[in-house]
Design a binder for this molecule. Structure first.
Ligand code: GRF
Length: 210
């Protein structure tokens, strides 16, 4: 199986995926930012990279079409959004639906969008975390596959809380990618189907708070 990773920045989730020994080949790392630090990290590992600058496209759909063409060039079975900070048009999503995953740094459906850790602190939640989901046209709204939860501590700020969530992101995303690449995870009629794991909608990992 072949997979492509899409990034916009440092690519820490990309690195954890590449270090996980997934049962497949990373055919390329692609970014909407030619200067994304993660591109250099991928290239240093001998992985094909390309940057398609979204600022070069006046129309969102034109960028998405160029991105989709570049992705298809690598004939991936799976496309992983990893710190990819672009909203994708419906046409793009429908082209890859069912083989397009994203990791979002909150326990969806809580706190969609950006600045999720600040949202969690403002809401006063005691549990926060990350979600891996299939991408559908609904922003941050696709069927959830798995989640990992972390405690919110009294002295947390967005940085300390985000760092605690990121540790779990780096554990959860490779686990879900492996399920897909092993052919055990599918999107069927808008719902996630996972074979050979605990029969819940996703998996919950709540590390000890102390
Ligand atoms: C991560 O919190 C990820 O969940 C969000 O962007 C942040 C940075 O990701 N989508 P990365 O370090 O570039 O993988």
């Amino acid at each position: 199986m072949r997979y492509v990773i899409l990034i916009s920045g440092r690519g820490s989730n990309m690195e954890s995926l590449l270090d996980a020994g997934l049962p497949g080949i990373c055919a390329a790392v692609i970014s909407n930012r030619p200067d994304a630090a993660g591109l250099a990290l991928a290239a240093a590992r001998g992985i094909a990279t390309s940057g398609i600058d979204h600022r070069g496209f006046a129309v969102r759909e034109d960028f998405d079409a160029a991105l989709a063409t570049e992705i298809e060039r690598h004939a991936p079975d799976l496309v992983l959004l990893a710190g990819f900070m672009r909203i994708l048009s419906d046409g793009f999503v429908r082209r890859f639906e069912g083989r397009l995953l994203n990791i979002h740094p909150s326990l969806l459906p809580a706190f969609p969008g950006v600045r999720t850790h600040a949202q969690a602190l403002a809401a006063g939640v005691r549990l926060h975390g990350c979600s891996v989901h299939f991408v559908t046209p609904a922003l941050d709204g696709g069927p959830i596959i798995a989640q990992a939860a972390v405690p919110v501590l009294a002295d947390d700020d967005a940085a300390s809380l985000g760092a605690r969530v990121l540790v779990e992101e780096h554990r959860l995303y490779p686990r879900v990618a492996r399920w897909f690449l092993e052919g055990r995870l599918q999107l069927v009629a808008g719902r996630t189907q996972l074979r050979g794991e605990t029969p819940v909608a996703g998996s919950l990992h709540v590390p000890r708070a102390d």
